[in-house]
Design a protein around this ligand. Structure first.
Ligand SMILES: [Cu+2]
Length: 133
């Protein structure tokens, strides 16, 4: 279970009698969150809580992943990536902003990449990326 789901479920039960219904609702919220996360949605909803916002961090921490889709107009890149300890992120598929839309020019779905992410204006942003052979 991820941190967000625990928080949602925790908040839901707070100050209320935990009924069977509330458990079911909490479970379905978790299920929806999971589906959302697994579905390469174009958002950072699974990191949406204040605490999970990316902080400015020093230094690079390259992660590896596979390009799933590219939205050049929006300057976004959906990556299926492995664990990213820098942000306490488990493996997942999610959309990232890219620092420069030109970074998307030479990419296509299925490309294996390594990439460096940091928080820019509260959004996870790919600063650099390289194709893996
Ligand atoms: Cu992620």
């Amino acid at each position: 279970m991820n941190v967000d789901a625990r928080r949602i479920i925790g908040n839901y039960g707070k100050g209320k009698k935990m009924t069977r219904n509330s458990v079911l609702i909490a479970v379905s919220i978790f299920g929806a969150a999971w589906a959302f996360q697994a579905g390469a949605a174009d958002s950072h909803m699974h990191h949406a809580s204040k605490e999970a916002k990316p902080a400015a961090t020093a230094g690079a921490a390259w992660a590896e992943g596979e390009v799933r889709s590219i939205d050049k107009a929006a300057g976004k890149l959906t990556i299926k990536h492995g664990a990213m300890p820098k942000f306490d992120m488990p493996p997942m598929t999610m959309a990232y902003r890219v620092k420069d839309k030109a970074m998307l020019d030479r990419l296509k779905p299925g490309d294996k990449i390594k990439f460096d992410v940091d928080g820019v204006g509260g959004e996870f942003t790919v600063l650099r990326l390289e194709k893996l052979k």
